[in-house]
Design a binder for this molecule. Structure first.
Ligand code: NAP
Length: 255
């Protein structure tokens, strides 16, 4: 039995992008533990990770389908969306990346498009592909991944990523206004610094130690610190929360 509930009834299935590792993988497991029984898991370059998540879900009694897509290209987004059936109760738009740290003078239009495609365009158009089913059933929950970078402008060479994540927060507000009357609940979560693959690639131990030193909670975030808030937003306790971006950063940045 699912413990999760949308505006008009139980939430039994979930589409999670970027589910091969990190926050997306943890979210899949957290939702399966709460009773979600059917998943579509998107991954890009790490099929082994996606297969591990699929096996973990199977142990929890949940079935899942894996789909590969590069969401940093318009073609990749369009091909992924074209295959989607609007049958999902929960959509977690989680796939995202800094792609590359680059400052203004070295930033190329191609890198700009890649960052915007992956972090913004995919969120909007995957939601467009899934929303018709939620609207028809008058029941659905959409959760987008923003970032602390949207609030503070990002770390070195992350300005465009920060702008993309600010766009995600704005899209979350706009879609909540548009879709709440049709029975959907749209919100976002905004992690601080999560101790996972993302920062293995884009940071180093020195940077992470300085983040810990500036964080009132005295540690980095885990993937589960974030997936538990996604779970909350899928629960009946979140029934009156619309268009919000929930900051999860151990007090590092207080809105
Ligand atoms: N880590 C943090 O500190 C932090 C902070 C704030 C916000 N966030 C946001 O949280 C979300 C999840 O990130 P994470 O921390 O879990 O990072 P992660 O461990 O690096 O995982 C990123 C996920 O996104 C997928 N992805 C990356 N590039 C992609 C592409 N071009 N096309 C399709 N999928 C792609 C990856 O797929 P493959 O591995 O299969 O390539 C992976 O499943 C992202 O939106 C990120 O921006 C993270």
């Amino acid at each position: 039995m699912t413990q999760l509930e949308g505006p008009q009834g139980p939430l039994e299935s979930a589409l999670i992008t970027g589910a091969s590792r990190g926050i997306g993988a943890a979210t899949a497991v957290t939702l399966a533990q709460a009773g979600v029984r059917k998943f579509l898991l998107q991954f890009n370059s790490y099929p082994e990770g996606a297969a591990e998540v699929q096996a973990a879900l199977a142990k929890l009694g949940a079935e899942s389908t894996l789909v590969q897509a590069n969401l940093a290209t318009v073609d990749g987004i369009e091909r992924f969306c074209a295959e989607l059936k609007p049958e999902w109760d929960i959509l977690v738009n989680n796939a995202g990346s800094l792609v590359k740290r680059a400052k203004l003078l070295e930033y190329t239009p191609e890198l700009f498009d890649e960052v915007m495609n992956l972090n913004v365009k995919s969120v909007y158009f995957i939601t467009k592909a899934i929303a018709p089913g939620m609207i028809e059933r008058k029941n659905g929950v959409v959760i987008n991944l923003s970032s602390i970078a949207a609030r503070n402008g990002g770390g070195p060479g992350a300005t465009v990523y920060a702008a993309a994540k600010a766009a995600v927060a704005a899209i979350t507000k706009g879609l909540a206004k548009e879709l709440a009357p049709q029975g959907l609940r749209v919100n976002a979560v905004s992690p601080g610094t999560v101790d996972n693959h993302f920062h293995e690639v884009f940071s180093n131990r020195q940077i992470l130690d300085s983040v810990v030193a500036q964080t009132p909670a005295g540690r980095l975030s885990t993937n589960e610190d974030v997936s538990d808030v996604v779970l909350f937003l899928c629960s009946p306790a979140a029934r009156y929360i619309q268009g919000q971006t929930i900051e999860i950063n151990g007090g590092m940045y207080m809105v």
